[in-house]
Ligand binder design. Structure first.
Ligand code: C5P
Length: 421
């Protein structure tokens, strides 16, 4: 599943590294967190510096490393209170016995223990230690206290340890820790979007990409649609709090995070799946697919053999998916697209009425700088007459930005009082 790496660029992870051989894994952890787009600052205890140098973390995090509580120079940069406020998550990995004990007792005699008391951010600890030290009554007592205090404890793995022992106490692999952090922020963002997003709680179905109409078992008719616009809209709808199903024709794009994807090939299959979505419940239907207008009347059962200078293949019209859905009794809010090379607005306005849509977004595909395979687009949006809403010009921008503006247009129309027609 792909992930939009920019989504965490406003999230700050304060990674605290304490004394233990697992500190070397924390270097990789910084890399993985940075890969996900997080801002990372590193705090090191004196014990940690016996295992790995601050310079390593400075180079990997791109930020100075914090080691001292009462160092005037360090406090002049980002002081401990500022650092505690900066953090959206305090992640202690590895967390030594000593650190757990300090946290449990509420000591504040070094930078990390002070940060622990001074931060409002959630605190996660990933204990790593010798299995006997993990099992020690004092350690378990301290862990219980921390859990009661609201600290999230990431359980250590079992296995062979650097000291030669075998048992519980290994820090989980850095990739696994980074994934847990990513999932935590992702779920938190999702919960907010589902409550407050522009499409909070809406069920959206989107058709995207081309369709493929078989001629025989090895050949087909299709078009150059890449599906990029539809996929960008699916991602934006999900970020806006919607439950999204993407009916995708054959395209080579990753499924946007959180989106349910159903792959289809022909127009008939796309219609079939669209009707199923309608039955399951759909509030908004967005048709971005470049559906083949015609399909082969009779698909050959076997590969057609070369013969003669001419080959005629009879075509019959495909159903219009968006128009069919718009005719249903319990119809969703219908959004169509129109790609034209001339009389763009006139043709689009005609389709809005003919297909009984609520909204249509049209673009001029004669322009070579936008549309089809491009990463950019520009559009004009029209609303059905009963909305009495002015058309909107969406200036040339990335398909992601255009998708966002389309969602705003849908949201505005859904909240607009409709004039009876
Ligand atoms: O008529 P035209 O193909 O230009 O209309 C484009 C709009 O109609 C798009 O929203 C497209 O996804 C939709 N459409 C459809 N089924 C078809 C043809 C077009 O849903 N068979």
């Amino acid at each position: 599943m792909s992930f939009d790496l920019s989504v965490f660029s406003n999230k700050n992870i304060l990674l605290a590294v304490t004394g233990g051989i697992a500190a070397y894994k924390s270097a990789i952890l910084v890399r993985r967190l940075k890969d996900y787009g997080f801002n990372v600052r590193v705090v090191m205890t004196h014990g940690a510096q016996a295992f790995i140098t601050p310079l390593t973390f400075q180079a990997l995090s791109g930020n100075p490393v914090h080691t001292e509580l009462l160092n005037p120079e360090a406090e002049a940069g980002m002081g401990h209170i500022e650092l505690a406020r900066w953090a959206d998550l305090l992640l202690v990995a590895p967390a030594s016995c000593d650190t757990l004990a300090k946290f449990a007792a509420g000591l504040a005699d070094d930078l990390l223990s002070t940060l622990y008391l001074a931060t409002k951010a959630p605190v996660w600890v990933a204990p790593a230690m010798n299995q006997q030290m993990w099992a020690a009554k004092a350690t378990q007592r301290n862990l219980n206290t921390l859990v009661e205090d609201g600290v999230h404890v990431i359980m250590p793995d079992a296995g062979s340890q650097a000291c030669g022992d075998v048992g519980l106490g290994r820090m989980p692999e850095p990739e696994h820790l980074a994934d847990q952090v990513k999932d935590y922020f992702h779920q938190a963002q999702r919960a907010i979007a589902e409550k407050f997003g522009l499409l909070a709680g809406k069920r959206v179905t989107i058709t995207a990409g081309p369709t493929r109409e078989a001629i025989d078992p090895v050949r087909y008719i299709s078009n150059h649609s890449t599906g990029k616009m539809g996929f960008a809209i699916a991602a934006a709808c999900y970020s806006a709090g919607a439950k999204v199903t993407l009916l995708a024709g054959p395209v080579s794009l990753d499924t946007p995070n959180g989106v349910k994807r159903i792959n289809v090939s022909s127009a008939l299959k796309m219609l079939d799946e669209s009707m199923k979505q309608l039955e399951e419940g759909c509030d908004i239907f967005i048709a971005t697919a470049a559906v083949a207008d015609y399909r082969v009347a009779e698909v050959a059962e076997h590969k057609i053999k070369k013969a003669g200078d001419e080959l005629n293949v009879a075509l019959i019209k495909n159903p219009d998916i968006v128009a069919t859905i718009a005719q249903q009794k319990k119809r969703p809010f219908m959004v169509g697209f129109a790609a034209e090379t001339r009389h763009v607005e006139e043709y689009a306005a005609g389709k809005l009425v003919a297909k009984k849509l609520d909204m249509i977004a049209c673009n001029d595909v004669s322009r070579t700088d936008i549309g089809f395979a491009s990463d950019q687009n520009a559009m004009t949006v029209f609303f059905a007459e009963q909305y009495q809403m002015e058309k909107r010009d969406l200036e040339k921008a990335s398909k992601q930005e255009i998708a966002q503006q389309l969602i705003e247009a849908i949201h505005d129309a859904l909240h607009h009082e409709i004039e009876p027609v």
